[in-house]
Design a protein around this ligand. Sequence first.
Ligand SMILES: Nc1ncnc2c1ncn2[C@@H]1O[C@H](COP(=O)(O)OP(=O)(O)O)[C@@H](O)[C@H]1O
Ligand SMILES: [Mg+2]
Length: 350
Amino acid sequence: MAEIQLRNISKRWGSFVGVDNFDLTIPDREFLVLLGPSGCGKTTTMRMIAGLEDPTEGDILVDGKRVNELEPKDRDVAMVFQSYALYPNMNVYDNIRFPLKVRGIDPKSHDEKVRRASAMVELDDFLHRKPAELSGGQRQRVALARAIVREPNVFLMDEPLSNLDAKLRVSTRAQIKNLSHELQVTTVYVTHDQIEAMTLADRVVVMKKGVVQQVGTPTDIYDTPANTFVASFIGNPAMNLMDGELKGGTFHAEHVEIAGFNAPDGKVILGFRAEDAGLGDADHHEITAPIYTLELLGDATMVTVRIGRELVAVRGPKDFRAEIDDQVSLSVPKEICHLFDGETGQRIEA
Ligand SMILES: Nc1ncnc2c1ncn2[C@@H]1O[C@H](COP(=O)(O)OP(=O)(O)O)[C@@H](O)[C@H]1O
Ligand SMILES: [Mg+2]
């Protein structure tokens, strides 16, 4: 088992802050996803857990024991990277076996371990092939098996799917989810892809410029984003956000008026998700606006309207049809809205 504690860890290079005061306990067996745009400090955080990077400040504990000074090889973590880093001259079997050899594991157990790990990632029929004779997805599965075969206390995965094409990414994602259910090992998984985060994580850490923005279950961060950064990073399309003013409990912006809020007057940002708003109900609408574009998605129609200078997306029924520039009514009742402070972008409960 392995519980990981990150106690106020920071990483600085000169005056540049890569990771700022990261403080989190990752319980045994949790699948934790670090999510954020490129350069926000995800890989650096993971490398500090692995021992490949020393924190400038703070402590890292595994099962209550400080490991800051432990070498990577003594930390019992297995890493899977975006680049598979397989040995080109070795076949799949020997690639998967390699960590057992290096670690001096009893050779008598190797064959069984290699076969079990390769079966888990469905590579049993490819053991004699060289990496060059495999597809990208198969190579990534060899890298996964090579991590699994070690039976580590912690898995660290850094964007393991980003070299795969879209279809393979979806199926390999499902396989990782199933594997992690089977293996029950504490996992820290890094991605910039919010869908990967939502589908895989027990909990997600959303990061921006080295600073943790929110920690929560996928449902938490989707339903109650802590600020406008999280609101606009999670979800496809991103949450609609509108600048405006709250006066006497009513939100005012150009062409928009939504009543019933319970929050102090002032500059605010109003947010709502495309799938929560209603479309074309002339009796109950808060907004009337011209259509900017329509996208047929098969299961729905994504309607983008122009409100003043802002574009707002609303998910309509699959059979919704209209023309560009037609006026439509949107129902955006207070109940579906999120409010954020106009200055800080922090969530306001209203
Ligand atoms: N060795 C280093 N020296 C200086 N800056 C670095 C170093 N490694 C990473 N950085 C910077 O730290 C920031 C975070 O990097 P990284 O953790 O790799 O981001 P992510 O994985 O989220 O894309 C980036 O701005 C990156 O340029
Ligand atoms: Mg990275």
